[in-house]
Design a protein around this ligand. Sequence first.
Ligand SMILES: Nc1ncnc2c1ncn2[C@@H]1O[C@H](COP(=O)(O)OP(=O)(O)OP(=O)(O)O)[C@@H](O)[C@H]1O
Length: 296
Amino acid sequence: MTTQQTPTATTPTWTPPPVRRDEFDAPGDTAEPMGSRAVGLRVAGVDKTYATRRGDVHALSNIDLEVGRGEFVSLVGRSGCGKTTLLRVLSGLLAPTAGTVEAGERPAWVAGRRDDTVFAEFGLVFQEANLFPWFTVLDNVALPLKLRGVSKAQRRTRAAELCATVGLSGFEDSYPRELSGGMRQRAAIARALACDPSVLLMDEPFGALDAMTRDRMNLELQHIHAVSGTTVVFVTHSISEAVFLADRVVLLTPRPGRIRSVTPIDLPRPRSVEVEATAEFGELVVGLRRQLDEED
Ligand SMILES: Nc1ncnc2c1ncn2[C@@H]1O[C@H](COP(=O)(O)OP(=O)(O)OP(=O)(O)O)[C@@H](O)[C@H]1O
């Protein structure tokens, strides 16, 4: 009798394949002013007020933001400043009280009405991987393709490719319970990439992971972003994670949530963990922390 090796829930020893410099030439990598870039996402005059039994909560006020196609933007700010609210508006899950959202040049939210065809092209990743426990990794990743009627053979091929992209080769037939937290988040990212999203929206995707796994996931996400060329909006509580990943860091200030600053991150790519030891990185982090402290 042969014993079959079942993959264990340890992080596989996978390192991102070397990336050619030209793979990093996303719009956010260039010094071009925003005006000359293709727009991935345009937010104009977005306001959000929650009506609650104890009165209105003004969560977002007059948010204007353009994200270049292929650009990586991190959203940071104090707890309760409206990061998740903004991401939920961008993902089509929450109607803004006022304002518009466009993807490319296509209206997504206009006058409180959403265009589902636009949001169908977005990929979402949350703090919890939200994988279906009774599906294998491959079936979880392939699910969005199944829902779009892609043939079984094609979706299995594509899902296997995506598993390889996120370092889960060999774990395609595992179930979510057999994976570590970091591996589950990779599967969630692979699933979000399944339909080649025009925009990837991520809300604290690595917030529940330990520091070492988080560092590793940041390297992997950087690689995935470079090869996929997707526009990314990434919410995090960690200033250093925001700086490490982003082309620009948007800092929100609370009550109501407003954009306080937009900081370009001109650190060369690809970035390795050593960049965090550089003076330039340190200055960017300190500058953003100082802005947060000024709100106290
Ligand atoms: N469903 C809701 N109903 C009423 N108020 C809400 C709702 N969701 C969020 N809020 C309020 O809106 C404001 C912004 O909340 P939001 O969750 O967007 O902030 P956040 O920056 O994501 O916070 P955190 O960093 O703690 O996750 C807060 O004052 C919050 O209490």
